[in-house]
Ligand binder design. Sequence first.
Ligand SMILES: Nc1ncnc2c1ncn2[C@@H]1O[C@H](COP(=O)(O)OP(=O)(O)OP(=O)(O)O)[C@@H](O)[C@H]1O
Ligand SMILES: Nc1ncnc2c1ncn2[C@@H]1O[C@H](COP(=O)(O)OP(=O)(O)OP(=O)(O)O)[C@@H](O)[C@H]1O
Ligand SMILES: [Mg+2]
Ligand SMILES: [Mg+2]
Lengths: 226, 226
Amino acid sequence: LIQMKKVTKDYRLGETIVHALRGITIEIDVGEFVAVWGPSGSGKTTFLNLIGAIDEPTSGYFSFNEREISGLSDDEKSDLRNKSIGFIFQNFNLIPVLTALENVMLPLQIQSLSNAEANQRSMYRLEQVGLSDFVKHRPDKLSGGQRQRVCISRALVTNPSLVIADEPTANLDSDTAMKILELMRDLNNNEKTTFIFSTHDQRLLGKMNRLVRMVDGVIINEEDHV
Amino acid sequence: LIQMKKVTKDYRLGETIVHALRGITIEIDVGEFVAVWGPSGSGKTTFLNLIGAIDEPTSGYFSFNEREISGLSDDEKSDLRNKSIGFIFQNFNLIPVLTALENVMLPLQIQSLSNAEANQRSMYRLEQVGLSDFVKHRPDKLSGGQRQRVCISRALVTNPSLVIADEPTANLDSDTAMKILELMRDLNNNEKTTFIFSTHDQRLLGKMNRLVRMVDGVIINEEDHV
Ligand SMILES: Nc1ncnc2c1ncn2[C@@H]1O[C@H](COP(=O)(O)OP(=O)(O)OP(=O)(O)O)[C@@H](O)[C@H]1O
Ligand SMILES: Nc1ncnc2c1ncn2[C@@H]1O[C@H](COP(=O)(O)OP(=O)(O)OP(=O)(O)O)[C@@H](O)[C@H]1O
Ligand SMILES: [Mg+2]
Ligand SMILES: [Mg+2]
């Protein structure tokens, strides 16, 4: 599904250059359930943003489903994201003037589904994360963990083939985190949905099929579990 | 230091009322190191906002240093917060157009310290959390865990007598989280700084002096550790 060869990512900051990724080589197949972990600032979010075609490498080779990403136009990338990828952002990115339900419906309305179907699928995803009673709340009227769960629902509502989850349980208590993990495991087992996580959460790390360790913009360790 | 008796907090949401706190009775003394934990949506942030005089109870008695909070004017509350309380917010609240350093200096500039002294104290706090190389970055040029650490530095820079920390390690890897905990423990031991946390983080919960469990807006369990 995903192939990266010696991918780098630099950010310019005034006079200096920040080398956020310093040569990433990795393959991730359809149906994997893999977590990237490592110190704060090591490049995990940057890596996930490249996979989600939200950002572009500075150098190196990156292909998604055998198509090289740098060859795609902005429209093609945007289309790819909307149809195939569900993204759970580390800083949420909910739209403040929309309710929880409206935020979750948005990706489906971009796909021109009917309001009725968008509504039904969004309500289903919000129930799955325990938010049935909060669908009319706008983000500022929700707790941190409730906002995080709205983001999770939004990422799943399009039935994506790839879910990219950046710290999806950082604001959740253990019971809720475990329920979310079960939900994602089921999708992975039943629908073959590919999951790529970034997480510091030991409760999740212990349950991954594959762990990729990142330090200072490079992958330094890989572990496979049965 | 803090006394609450049968404190409630209601939010109005259109036609309905959300009973976020349903009768909280608790005492917290100077020098304590206490964590509030419980399910997402159980009222922890609401509770911390009351303690920090950011919000007011709907009913019940609440005093801070023997002074009843409902009797204070907005200016008196604002003064209390700026001089005595350091607040680490669950959703960060950094000012986007200011650098990390400027964000940390802000509470000291409100206190009319000289720029030189504000700068020196802020650099010290940023070093303590490992951010010396990032002081010129604005928040959008920082990782999630780096933003969280800027918030921690900002809360400590005024040398407050009370630190209120809402999920202060949610975005931090284990090594960094442990360093932050050590830093706070030292302040608690050496300066008698009072710490009140809300956290889901098992790495922290295992190291608290006192654990307060909240469910559905009430305290249902207390544990003291030696
Ligand atoms: N301004 C508001 N208006 C209406 N309801 C609110 C408002 N703020 C919070 N709530 C509700 O009050 C309840 C308690 O929220 P609070 O933020 O205190 O929870 P929490 O324990 O901090 O949760 P988390 O662990 O997810 O951060 C939640 O159910 C939330 O939806
Ligand atoms: N737009 C930007 N401009 C400059 N530097 C940036 C930018 N975005 C990120 N960085 C830097 O790149 C490095 C990697 O950031 P990234 O967000 O990928 O880290 P991370 O592993 O996700 O960290 P965390 O665990 O704290 O979320 C960090 O040192 C960060 O300061
Ligand atoms: Mg990150
Ligand atoms: Mg909260």
